[in-house]
Design a protein around this ligand. Structure first.
Ligand SMILES: [Mg+2]
Ligand SMILES: [Zn+2]
Length: 209
């Protein structure tokens, strides 16, 4: 993005006075990616029974909240578009994540899910969209909704698409080094990397602006 484009973005999204937000990817950050034996790849959990949270997530989210950040989840969930899961299954997993975080006393401020995929097979879901990361549509929406300061905001994810999204939106970026996502990191260059979400909180705490 050129400097004029960046200036235009700040103008459009507004405020550099607002609070910061932390945009959280879900799979590989909050809960584990799960090995799909059919494809041999680590993917989003397709059933509530496969949902497994990383240790320290509640403590990490509490830490972010206590630093004054809005917490917003943004997740690509293309399994239905690819014909590998029903929307009911995806909704059940999403509901279970939300319920668990609520029960832990760390409710998030917003949940944004993209269910599309450009090479899917399910009509209506198989398409190019602007909400799928690295697209920044959901970041832009949340920035407007919560009047966030882009310059104070972060994105945390385990894949190249998360980091590219953050860079395109002007966020600071942290790559979580989950071993199951090693092959999806590409050669992107995050501002920071961290083994877990708890380590990410320490990075953010040291770099508050
Ligand atoms: Mg992920
Ligand atoms: Zn989408």
């Amino acid at each position: 993005m050129g400097i004029n484009e960046k200036k235009a973005r700040f103008k459009m999204i507004g405020s550099n006075n607002g609070r910061g937000g932390i945009f959280l990817d879900r799979d590989g950050v909050i809960n584990r990616n799960i090995l799909n034996p059919q494809t041999g790849e680590f993917e989003s959990p397709a059933a509530v029974g496969n949902l497994s949270f990383f240790p320290g997530v509640a403590e990490a989210l509490r830490g972010m909240r206590s630093l004054g950040f809005f917490l917003i989840l943004i997740s690509n969930q293309p399994s239905h578009a690819k014909g590998k899961a029903t929307m009911a299954e995806l909704d059940a997993v999403g509901d279970a994540v939300k319920r668990t975080l609520d029960d832990w006393g760390v409710p998030l401020d917003g949940y944004y899910y993209c269910y599309h995929h450009p090479k899917g097979i399910t009509p209506g879901f198989s398409k190019h969209c602007e909400c799928r990361k690295p697209g920044t549509l959901f970041v832009d929406e949340a920035c407007r909704r919560f009047e966030l300061s882009i310059g104070r905001s972060w994105i945390i994810g385990d894949r190249e698409t998360d980091i590219l999204c953050g860079k395109a939106a002007g966020l600071k970026t942290i790559l979580i080094l989950d071993p199951t996502s090693a092959d999806r990191r590409g050669d992107t260059d995050p501002d920071y990397s961290a083994p877990t979400l708890l380590d990410a909180v320490d990075i953010i705490r040291r770099n508050i602006v």
